[in-house]
Ligand binder design. Structure first.
Ligand SMILES: [Zn+2]
Length: 286
């Protein structure tokens, strides 16, 4: 589903950009749990819907999938752009900051990544400006094995002075809370840190092998790639079930990879190279 920017103060929701038949996440301020996923499916209804008088304001909310590393389960949250990310403390990381330039309705991360942020923010002691964090693979960004797609990476400090940014890099490097802090020589105007997890499937690094039964944000990346390429995984949920396995097998068969239903080094490479930066397709789940 597409995401439209909520325009504060507008009583009538701006639907100029809407197309009849499109669906959106729509929530009210007072009834956050009540979802109107198809309210905007009919353009006439949208035009006549007075937001202020009916509900006191609508917000487009992001769906945030969080892999809980403690329970090995996926959790789902619904948050406004100005809300803190799930597991974030003291409002130091808003949804809009984590999203950065991503236009996706669906975001994902891990509980551990958010906890690492909390720790790093506490150690640093003041605001950490985020330039770039979450991306969908099709939205592009770094290279094909970028940990940003797993929702576990941040590029920060772009607006700090060079001196202050170096201090932030030192802080991150010595804090011990991140799995990886990119060498300062490779990040001249930002600091990259991430909470990647699992053993890379390729010797050169990247994402870990995933297969039937796997649950994580890495499964979300594979599902996102497969759906965007037209191989239906039956949902975007981070759970590697029968449908995802079948989609992997179909993809492997089509592109001439060995058909084992497992996303290892070669399949990861093929999937990511086919999807990164291509933009969403009609089969992308959003
Ligand atoms: Zn980065």
């Amino acid at each position: 589903m597409r995401r439209i920017e909520y325009e504060k103060g507008k009583h009538q929701y701006s639907i100029k950009k809407c197309v009849k038949g499109e669906r959106f996440f729509l929530y009210t301020r007072n009834e956050e749990s009540k979802i109107y996923p198809d309210l905007l499916s009919n353009q006439k209804r949208i035009l006549s819907y007075n937001i202020k008088s009916k509900k006191g304001g609508f917000f487009i909310m992001a769906k945030i999938l969080v892999f809980n590393n403690d329970t090995d389960r996926m959790e789902t949250y619904t948050r406004a752009e100005s809300d803190p990310m799930p597991y974030n403390t003291n409002g130091t990381l808003r949804v809009r900051e984590f999203r950065g330039s991503s236009k996706s309705n669906i975001l994902w991360t891990t509980k551990r990544t958010m906890q690492s942020w909390n720790s790093q923010r506490y150690i640093w002691g003041s605001a950490i400006p985020v330039g770039f964090a979450f991306k969908r693979p099709y939205e592009g960004g770094h290279g094909s094995q970028s940990q940003h797609y797993a929702g576990v990476a941040f590029d920060v400090g772009q607006t700090l002075s060079a001196t202050r940014r170096r201090a932030l890099w030192n802080s991150a490097n010595s804090s011990g809370v991140w799995t990886y802090v990119e060498p300062i020589s490779q990040t001249p105007t930002w600091v990259h840190w991430d909470k990647r997890f699992g053993k890379p499937a390729c010797s050169s690094g990247g994402y870990p092998l995933i297969k039937r039964g796997s649950i994580s944000t890495y499964v979300l990346i594979a599902q996102d790639d497969l759906n965007t390429l037209g191989y239906n995984t039956g949902g975007l949920d981070g759970i590697f079930g029968a449908r995802t396995q079948e989609a992997v097998r179909n993809y492997q068969q089509r592109v001439g990879l060995s058909v084992d239903g497992i996303v290892g080094c070669n399949t990861w490479r093929a999937l990511q190279e086919a999807v990164v930066g291509t933009g969403a397709t009609s089969t992308t789940i959003n």
